[in-house]
Design a protein around this ligand. Structure first.
Ligand code: SF4
Length: 93
């Protein structure tokens, strides 16, 4: 990984203060929409949230909660859809 804005910012704070370090990565890569929302809420208290979000946008993170936002395929999405329910307009193969 390159030296990102997050890396530089995180180096200036105690890593123990970062919610994703306290909670562990599973919550920030959770499948459950409720867990994703919890991870996003925890990010709001993070001292490097802004830099984390900027770095994730620059890297086009493929997946996970970064900087208080959910990323899917490099894009910020509003919220995670529950698994197993196809879209109404989804065309059957
Ligand atoms: S903003 Fe980034 S560094 Fe902070 S808790 Fe969220 S994912 Fe972790």
């Amino acid at each position: 990984m390159s030296t990102s804005v997050l890396d530089r910012s995180a180096a200036q704070v105690d890593e123990d203060l970062l919610p994703c370090r306290q909670e562990g990565p599973e919550l920030f890569f959770a499948e459950s929409p409720a867990d994703v929302e919890l991870a996003k809420a925890l990010c709001q208290t993070c001292p490097v949230r802004s830099a984390c979000l900027t770095g994730a946008l620059e890297r086009r993170e493929p997946w996970g909660v970064w900087g208080g936002q959910l990323f899917v395929s490099g894009e910020v999405v509003a919220r995670k859809r529950p698994r197993g329910r196809p879209r109404k307009n989804e065309v059957a193969a």
